[in-house]
Design a protein around this ligand. Sequence first.
Ligand SMILES: Cc1cc2nc3c(=O)[nH]c(=O)nc-3n(C[C@H](O)[C@H](O)[C@H](O)COP(=O)(O)O)c2cc1C
Length: 201
Amino acid sequence: MDLTETLARRHMVRSFLDRPVPAAPLQRVLAAATRAPSAGYAQGLDLVVLDEPVARSQYWDTTLPAPRRATFPWPGLLVAPVLILVCVDPGAYVARYAEPDKRATGLGSGADAWAVPFWFVDAGMAAENVLLAAVDEGLGACFFGVFDHEPALKAALGIPAAVRTVGTIAIGHEDRAGARPSRSSRRDRRPVGDVVHVGRW
Ligand SMILES: Cc1cc2nc3c(=O)[nH]c(=O)nc-3n(C[C@H](O)[C@H](O)[C@H](O)COP(=O)(O)O)c2cc1C
């Protein structure tokens, strides 16, 4: 699939078929994350892949306890055979920018020195690679937030305290019949001419 078509097809999939993702395409999708750019080539990204029923159940039990599940608007999301927790380590960036070739930036003094926390930028870039690679493999994917479940997820999955969980990507085969658009998707996509300011704002 060429890039233009991949970009056009990409959309957040919130309803999945109860069908496994074979190992080879999943590995290619995961490898795509490592092709993402990274500030200072710090590569402070880690992915926690939950592709076993017990691990996925534990994820949903942690983030969407049974009483709330009955009213959850996207039950088809809970069927996704693979969940990928996108994690970043701010400390990896601080350490990298304390190295001699980056020291002059002053960003090696601590995370607070960063006007734009590049670790979150990198996580977004890697996440988009995963979303696009999934489309390229004929799969669907959805990135969604972990909101205030970060401490509980980190405890449940053994993620180091200093690492941040940026979001989760569900991957699987799209259940088109079960698709239920989110309220956000009722918004119109902003035309390119509105977004782009040539020369000045
Ligand atoms: C940083 C980020 C966080 C998001 N969080 C959620 C979320 O928590 N739940 C959800 O259903 N969709 C989430 N989305 C998906 C957006 O709603 C979606 O990308 C947007 O409506 C545009 O639709 P499209 O991606 O299908 O083109 C998130 C997207 C991004 C980039």
